[in-house]
Design a protein. Structure first.
Length: 160
C-alpha cells in the first residue's frame, strides 16, 4: 500500500477534528465569569491597583458612562479610572446577575446593580445607584474580558 494515499484522508480527519465546534460547558463558564466579575467589583471597590482594575477590560473595550463621551480603548479607560480614583471618597461597587451567553459560548453579557459614592454638589459624600450592562468576550487565552461597559443612573423617585 502506498503511504501517500493515506495523507488526504488523514488531513481531512485532522481538519474535521480541528474545525469541529468546541464543547461549551455553560455551568462552568457561568461560574467562571460570575467569579471574575465579582473579583473585578472587589478590586474596583478597593481602588488601590489601577492596573488590576483595567486588566478586566479588553484592549479594544468601549466604556459608556452617563453624561460623558465614549471612552474607547484601554489607554483612555486607564486615564478615566486613574482620574476617578483621585476623587476624594470615590468608591464603586456592583453586583451582577447570572451571565447570559451567546450560543457558541464566546460572548456573554451581565446586568448589574451599581452603587457609586463620590462628593456631591455640597462636598458631602453621596451614593447613587444605577444599572449597567457589560459585554464580555472569551479571548484566545481563555480569559473573559469586558469589551463593552455601559452604565446609567437609576431614575430618581421624582421621575416616577
Amino acid at each position: 500500500m502506498n503511504p501517500f494515499k493515506l495523507i488526504p484522508g488523514t488531513l481531512l480527519a485532522l481538519c474535521a477534528a480541528g474545525c469541529a465546534p468546541t464543547s461549551f460547558d455553560a455551568a462552568a463558564e457561568s461560574s467562571k465569569l460570575a467569579q471574575r466579575d465579582a473579583d473585578w467589583s472587589s478590586v474596583s471597590f478597593e481602588g488601590k491597583d489601577i492596573e488590576r482594575i483595567v486588566a478586566y477590560w479588553s484592549d479594544d473595550a468601549h466604556l459608556l458612562q452617563p453624561g460623558l463621551p465614549p471612552i474607547d480603548g484601554k489607554a483612555a479607560i486607564r486615564a478615566f479610572v486613574t482620574a476617578s480614583l483621585k476623587i476624594p471618597g470615590f468608591r464603586i461597587h456592583w453586583v451582577s446577575e447570572k451571565p447570559v451567553f451567546s450560543p457558541d459560548g464566546k460572548m456573554a453579557y451581565l446586568l448589574s446593580n451599581v452603587e457609586t459614592t463620590a462628593p456631591g454638589a455640597n462636598g458631602a459624600l453621596e451614593s447613587t445607584r444605577g444599572r449597567s450592562v457589560t459585554v464580555w468576550r472569551r479571548d484566545a487565552d481563555d480569559a473573559w474580558r469586558c469589551v463593552v461597559d455601559i452604565s446609567n443612573d437609576a431614575p430618581s423617585a421624582a421621575a416616577g
